[in-house]
Structure formats: structure tokens, C-alpha cells
Design a protein around this ligand. Structure first.
Ligand code: HEM
Length: 135
């Protein structure tokens, strides 16, 4: 059974690092074309939620103490980040294809703002995940 835990936590941390890392990078440099990353970012988010739910089932179940409160705060922030990326980046990036030169900067500004909001939310998630077992 031990190897199932190792694989699950490995996938969880790798997908989480990719998701948070690319979001923070895109928030820092809006010149990078965010539309090229949003697919893999949302895929990584899906993997994080799936493996995170498994980790909760394996190690926490129905128990809800102080560690679980901190994890839950991180999970809520991750859900909010996924929502912001889905609405402000993915949906907006689909409008880029038909956009003229005048509207493209406005669409890109909206996407950059979405990456910035999501980045702060994911910073909170990573902090909660990394420190939860100390509570
Ligand atoms: C960017 C997003 C995320 C990152 C980088 C991340 C990272 C991590 C890390 C590094 C740990 C290990 C903590 C430790 O063992 O001390 C962890 C644990 C955990 N994560 Fe996440 N996580 C993220 C999102 C999520 C989400 C969305 C969920 C739930 C759906 C979740 C559920 C859990 C659970 C339940 C644990 C506890 C495992 C245990 O008890 O050992 N995580 N996470």
C-alpha cells in the first residue's frame, strides 16, 4: 500500500508545483503568451484536485482537526484560483482568435490580471499545504 501513497503524493506535489509555478511566472511576466499554458495549467489543476481528494481519503477521512482546517483553507484558495483561471484566462483566451488589434491588449490585460489573482491564491494554497502538519 505504501507505494500507492508515494505515487499519489508525488503526482500531487509535481502537478501542484507546475500549476502554482507557471501561474506565478505568468503573473510576473504578462509578455509570455498565457493562452499557450492555460490548457496544461487546468490539466495540472485537475490532477491536483484528484490526488488531493485521494490524500484526504487516505490520511484524514472524516476527522476535522486543526491540520484539516489549514488544509481546507488551502483547498478553498485552490478552488478559487481554478475558478479565476477558468473565467479570466481560459474564457478570455478563446476570444483572442477573433479579436482585432484594438481589443487584443484589453483581453491580454484581463488575462494577466487573472494570472495575478490566481497566483496570490495559489501562494496561500502552497503555504497551507506545506505548514498544515505543524498545526
Ligand atoms: C497548488 C496546489 C497545491 C500544492 C502545491 C500542494 C502541495 C502539497 C504538499 C507539498 C503537501 C505535503 C505536505 C506534507 O506532507 O507536509 C500536500 C498535502 C496535502 N494536500 Fe495539497 N497541494 C495543493 C493543492 C491541494 C488541493 C486542491 C487539495 C484537495 C483537493 C489538496 C489536498 C492535500 C491533502 C489532503 C494533503 C495532506 C496529505 C497528508 O496528510 O500527508 N492539496 N499538498
Amino acid at each position: 500500500m505504501q507505494y500507492v501513497y508515494i505515487i499519489t503524493i508525488g503526482l500531487h506535489v509535481m502537478a501542484g508545483v507546475f500549476w502554482a509555478g507557471t501561474t506565478i511566472t505568468l503573473a510576473r511576466d504578462p509578455e509570455i503568451r498565457a493562452e499557450r499554458f492555460i490548457g496544461p495549467q487546468m490539466g495540472a489543476a485537475g490532477m491536483v484536485f484528484l490526488t488531493g481528494a485521494l490524500l484526504w481519503y487516505f490520511f484524514h477521512g472524516a476527522y476535522f482537526g486543526s491540520m484539516e482546517m489549514v488544509l481546507a483553507l488551502g483547498i478553498v484558495a485552490a478552488f478559487a484560483a481554478a475558478g479565476v483561471l477558468g473565467t479570466m484566462v481560459r474564457r478570455t483566451s478563446t476570444q483572442l482568435a477573433g479579436a482585432d488589434a484594438a481589443t487584443e491588449p484589453a483581453l491580454r490585460a484581463k488575462m494577466a490580471q487573472g494570472e495575478r489573482i490566481a497566483a496570490w491564491l495559489l501562494v496561500l494554497t502552497v503555504l497551507c499545504m506545506a505548514t498544515a502538519r505543524m498545526f
